[in-house]
Each structure stands twice: as structure tokens, then as C-alpha cells.
Ligand binder design. Sequence first.
Ligand code: ATP
Ligand code: MN
Length: 473
Amino acid sequence: MDIKQIVAAEPTGQSLEVRAWVRTFRSNRFIALNDGSTSQNLQVVVDFERESEALLRRITTGACLRIKGDLVESQGKGQKVELMATEIEVLGDADAEEYPLQPKKHSMEFLRENAHLRPRTQTFGAVFRLRHGLQFAIHKYFNDNGFFMVHTPIITGSDAEGAGEMFRVSTLDPKTPPLNDKGELNWKEDFFGKETNLTVSGQLEAELFALGLGKVYTFGPTFRAENSNTTRHLAEFWMIEPEVAFNDLFDNMELAEDCLKYVIRYVMEHCKDDLQLLHDRQQEEEKSLPQDKRAMPLLEKLAFATDNEFVRCSYTEAIDILRNSKPNKKKKFKYLIDEWGADLQSEHERFLVEKHFGKPVILYDYPANIKAFYMRLNEDGKTVRAMDILFPGIGEIVGGSQREERFDVLKQKIAEFGIDEESLWWYLQTRKFGTCVHSGFGLGFERLMNFITGMTNIRDVIPFPRSPKNAEF
Ligand code: ATP
Ligand code: MN
């Protein structure tokens, strides 16, 4: 039986066997045992007079045990049941002198350096069980709403996705690279006979499927060689990208809002214990901060996202708000807003969400020249049907748009962006044959994880983070 089932069972003195790891062992009598099935530990009571000194010494934090015992009502407070051990076997020792995790608080940096052991801690156990629950909720949401999941390629031959710097995929020997007559690298000799990269987004391929299957989504890894060492960027992250035929930009917003609210509610209902643990952890961490420096308590924040209507605000309105805002006038922003056309930085996004509106915000109709080539041009000729969803504490969590479905306009845009039209022949063909209005968005899975868990660094919500100069494990 899993500890999750055991701690919820009626204690009738029944005999049970568990295999799990020691979290703590105190007074030579109480073992807090955890097998990862739940954030709750099973309290095991050891009759130290029955066990040998040698065995007791091997019950250390991190050791793996097999224990047989009788499940009884707990005498102590804090748990309903406890296991009176009748038989203890050490399956795997953990030398207390050497085991990196001590029964005390470790810094997040230290735990990142020990990412191979992180799953054994309370906090990361909760985070990664939640990660599972959340990805399940996402698949359930789309499945229940008639979407088909498409596996878009991870190795891509198109260099026009435009979402960020790419990682090259090659089997050429860097010591003896084949050169062409011009002395340049000859990609024709590479594995695929051309230059290939890891994908930065599955969108273009998802569009092809939306124009055949109607409602589709991808949920896969994406890679960006952006040299940004922030708490919001990873070089390898997971993205959910729905794409829907016949949806315009406002349908797209509705889908994103509905999806976000659904998955947040899902984990609030199905991952209660782990969320409670993370909520309590955050409260504990912030106890020493002055009231105005504290973040909104986690469970309150989640309810705030599910219970509020997301604000819809055009880019143009947002610029007005920002231009007249206190931090802009007092020159508190690092990047001051003075004219229409400026790209919004995270500080501006957070001001709008956290200070101005106090609700999640959907910004839309951005200047065409700061957005990608495939976004649908508005009648004004200078804005595109793009939308970003901004969340408190996170900034941009979703980026999406209505796609340019008009062949001539798209062709023109491709030229203006200096993209080789040849490389997108297949994409352009969908606009030539049976084109239609369609929209989609990209939701960063780890950014959503950050929001839901209250973890402040994106490296702490993915099992093995990849970032500049870091690919350990
Ligand atoms: P940002 O401006 O924050 O870098 P972006 O405009 O590059 O984001 P998009 O290309 O629109 O983002 O990607 C869609 C979504 O993927 C974003 O809204 C965000 O949630 C997520 N995302 C983008 N880049 C990263 C990254 N490097 N690491 C983790 N998540 C990311
Ligand atoms: Mn980016």
C-alpha cells in the first residue's frame, strides 16, 4: 500500500508493509517515512528495546527502509494513524556524514545543485506531483473539449519560426567540417542535407493540422538559445499550443481564459495537500517581511485568478495608462514609456496587472513591427491581432494571435520580414487552398507552474533545468 492510502486508512491494528525513505528519525523512536505518493509522512513508532543498536544507527535521513507493522490510532497529535513497527529492514543506507540532504532547511540554490536528490524533499515532492496533476488537467481540458493532440516535430528544417534564437542540430564533425566552393560550411553534407534546428514553437505545424482537423493542440518541449539568465526563462521548456480553425482573436482569448481557469481549478480540487503545503511554505518564508512586501497568499492568489474576469485592454490603451503612471512620471521604470510603438518590458506588464488593474490582463492589438510575421494585420495597417495574457508575479504567461489567413498579405509580410519565401512554401500553400480565419496561442507550462506553486524561480518547477552554462544531469 502507498503511504497516501495508509494515512487515510482506518486504524484497526491491521498489519501492513511499507517501503519508503526516512525523512527524520527522532528520539530513537519516531520515523517520519515518505514514499513520494503524498506530501504526508507516515509516522512509524520503533520499539527501541526490541531493535539492535546497530540497526537503529542505520535509520538515518535518506535511508530506504522496508517496515512491517500494525496500523493503530496515533497517540501523538499531527497525524491520525501511526505504524507500530514489528520488523525493520534497511534496503539502502544513507551515511549521515555524506548524505547531502540534512533534516533542516536548504537553500533553493543548493537544492538545484543537487537536483538528483530534490525529489526527496517535501517542497519538490509537492512541486513535481503538482506538475503531473497540471499536465493531466491540460490534456483533459482539451480532450473533453474535442481537441486533437498533434506531435509536432522537435527537429525543424524551417528557420522562420521567429520566436527566438535556435540550437543547431548537426552530425558534422566540428574538426573537419565540409566546405563548399565559397569556403562556407556545406550543409548539404549534413545529416538532413540542410541546416536543421531544435524547434522554438510547434505553431506553424499546428496551423497545418488545424486547417484539417479543426481543433488541435501541441504539448511538447521547445528550445530557445536565448542568453537570458532570468527567473522566467529556460533554454528548454514545455509549451501548450492550441490552434483552432474559425476562431478569431476574441474567441482565442476566451479559450485561453477558460483553459487557464479550468486547469487551476482542477489542481485546487485534485492536488489540495500539495497546494496547502506550498501555501504554508510561502507564508512561513514571508513571515519576516513587512506586510507590503509580501506576495498574495498562494491559495488566495489562485482563487483570484479563477474568480475574476480577465481584463481586456488594447495595447494603445495600455500605453496611455503606462505613460501617465506614477513610476513612469517619477522615472522609476528602467525603460520609460514615451511613445506608441514601444515594446513592453516585464516591469510594465507587472505594473498593469499588479498595480493598475489588480486582475489578470489580456493585452491585444499590438504594433505590427514588434510582433511576428504571421499575425493578422488590422484594418489600420499598423497593428496586428496579437494578444498576451499577463499574470501577477509572472508577467507574460500566454502569447497568441489570430493568424494572417490572406495569401497576398502574408506573402507581403514574409517579404517585409526578410524571410526566404521558399522555406515556407508549405505554409503559404494553406493560404492558397481553402484558407480560413484561425487563431492559437502558446502557454508556457513552467510559467504556469510558477504561478500555481508560488515558486519564484522557473528552474525550480522543471525536473532538470537547462539554462546558459548549465546542463548538468
Ligand atoms: P518573453 O517576452 O517572456 O520572453 P516571448 O514573447 O518570447 O516571451 P512567446 O514566443 O510568445 O514568448 O512564447 C509563448 C509562451 O512561452 C510565453 O508566453 C511564455 O509563457 C513561454 N516562454 C517563452 N519563452 C520562454 C522561456 N525561455 N522559458 C520558459 N517559458 C517561456
Ligand atoms: Mn522571449
